[in-house]
Design a protein around this ligand. Structure first.
Ligand SMILES: Nc1nc2c(c(=O)[nH]1)N[C@H]1C(S)=C(S)[C@@H](COP(=O)(O)O)O[C@H]1N2
Ligand SMILES: [Mo]
Length: 503
């Protein structure tokens, strides 16, 4: 091959710096993988602070369209970006330290080994600085040491060209291997502070209510039962907080006569209740999957508010992840502090140790990992309101269509869930001719509670041709679900769900 002087120089440069760069990048990947293997997806993971930064610096419109167009995929992209940036950060540090060491010392092999040792010290320091956790930092250092050790071995003997090639290939293989192994080990390792002892009383009331939900669930293939088997998760975190419940406190502050502080034990020794409560995210699509119901165990907020003596009309709930939402005190009065879910401790992803449940309102004010209830004299904007959303109010009425089944007798069965917050669902109607004529669907028997969804089902003979099924709900005040279609931003989705069904 004929090289111009410039490409020849580039090839020389790649030969000289390429292997060292690959080693450094592999060490960066190793550091991230090692930390993940050591602590899992917890705040001590070295990529956690980087992920927070990624979320903080992403412009609001990008977040908005990511929510509207990408949904959960947007979250995965953000997390992947954080992992990549963290690996690059460690990689650059390793590369710079090794380069400085070789520049300072002419003896290549010794200098490289010394540089690698210094680089590992730098990895350790950086990891401690990022995550402040010894186990995580040691994991990162061990992970970074693997490619550096391989490089030291590959650099021995033979011709420089063969050593360079071995170093390059070894680094790529090490990076891939470490990423896979770290991913698998870390995913299994993720143990949060709350795992282990259960606080939810194993009283018969929980069992009775869960049985009731099972009995009242309609037998329709393809829709969630009345207590969701997979409850959606939405929050601003790539790595959820993990407060230790023995150290956790809830403070009541602001415009109150008596500021107060409650420990987890204080809360769980107050009168305990089990409540069905449905949540729906304001950012979901009209017929989306971010609406679910659970049986929650906790304590009503009323007692705590009475003890505090409220002197303001608004409230800001604040959380361990820096999330905050504001709404009117009147909504808070029916609120609930939950530490249990479906008979078990509240899972970390749903806000352990304690979350707020505010009946009838969009999901966003149901603050997870709750730490503070601040009473305010005047209105302020919450996290999402500062970003243009209006998600603190009551939910829109919706009837969703998630199942279209062919029955053995040839009929078609359509079904889904309907929800209108505390207004309740009075009626669901179905049209199989694109909205010209309507028939009442069957509804599941209501579950006890002020804020619970219902299921609906409708079975009909196929018209024999392709047709449009439309569904709409009427809430407990007799108001029909509005027909005009609006996307989720800023007030939550609205419109009637429709679906084309074949003959
Ligand atoms: N601390 C905290 N609480 C939060 C959020 C959050 O990002 N941080 N997200 C809110 C939003 S937008 C919704 S829809 C609900 C979802 O609750 P879930 O994840 O238990 O389904 O939690 C709310 N509570
Ligand atoms: Mo939400």
């Amino acid at each position: 091959m004929d090289h111009t002087p410039r490409t020849a120089a580039a090839v020389d440069a790649a030969r000289e710096y390429g292997p060292a760069l690959l080693v450094a990048l592999a060490a960066g990947v190793g550091a991230v993988a090692g930390s993940f293997a050591a602590v899992g997806r917890l705040p001590a993971f070295v990529a956690a602070p980087v992920a927070r930064l990624v979320v903080a610096v992403t412009p609001d419109v990008v977040v908005r369209y990511s929510i509207l167009l990408l949904g959960d995929v947007g979250d995965s992209i953000a997390f992947l970006l954080a992992l990549t940036l963290t690996a690059l950060l460690f990689g650059v540090v390793v590369w710079a330290v090794r380069l400085a060491a070789t520049a300072a010392d002419g003896d290549r092999l010794d200098a490289t080994v010394a540089g690698s040792v210094l680089a590992l010290v730098a990895v350790l320091v950086l990891a401690v600085g990022l995550a402040g956790d010894a186990t995580s930092a040691v994991g990162a250092t061990v992970g970074a040491a693997v490619p550096l050790t391989l490089a030291a071995l590959a650099g021995r003997g033979e011709s420089p060209d063969a050593a360079a090639r071995r170093t390059a290939l070894g680094s790529i293989a090490a990076a891939v291997g470490l990423a896979l192994a770290g991913g698998v080990i870390g995913t299994r390792r993720t143990v949060s502070a709350g795992d282990g002892t259960t606080t939810v009383p194993a009283d018969s009331e929980v069992g009775r209510l869960l049985d009731l939900a099972r009995e009242r669930s309609l037998a329709v293939e393809g829709i969630e039962p009345l207590v969701s088997e997979r409850f959606y998760e939405v929050d601003i975190n790539q790595v959820d907080p993990d407060p230790d419940r023995d150290e956790w406190t809830l403070s009541v502050t602001g415009a109150v006569e008596n500021a107060g502080e409650y420990s987890y034990d204080d809360l769980t020794s107050m009168p305990t209740e089990h409540r069905f409560n449905t949540l729906r995210c304001v950012g979901e699509s009209l017929n989306g999957m971010k609406m679910d119901n659970a049986l929650w165990t906790g304590t009503p907020l009323m007692q705590i508010l009475e003890d505090a003596g409220l002197q303001g009309d608004y409230v800001m709930l604040r959380a361990a992840d820096g999330f905050y939402e504001e709404f009117s005190v009147s909504a808070l009065r029916n609120g609930f502090l939950a530490w249990g879910m479906n008979g078990a401790d509240l899972p970390r992803g749903h806000g352990a140790p304690v979350r707020a449940l505010i009946p009838g309102h969009w999901g966003e004010i149901n603050v997870k990992w709750l730490t503070e209830i601040e009473i305010l004299d005047e209105e302020m904007e919450g996290y999402w309101e500062e970003r243009g959303w209006h998600g603190t109010g009551p939910v829109n009425t919706v009837a969703k269509l998630h199942a279209v089944n062919r029955l053995d007798d040839g009929r078609i069965e359509v079904g889904g869930h309907a929800y209108a917050g505390t207004r309740g669902i009075e009626r669901v109607e179905v049209s199989t001719d694109g909205g010209d004529t309507w028939t009442d669907a069957d509804l599941s028997e209501p579950l006890p509670g002020d804020d619970v969804w219902r299921q609906w089902v409708y079975r009909y003979d196929s018209p024999g041709t392709q047709h449009e099924v439309v569904v709409r709900a009427t809430d407990g005040t007799g108001t029909l679900q509005p027909e005009d279609e609006r996307r989720a931003f800023p007030n939550g989705p609205s419109g009637w769900v429709s679906r084309t069904v074949g003959a």
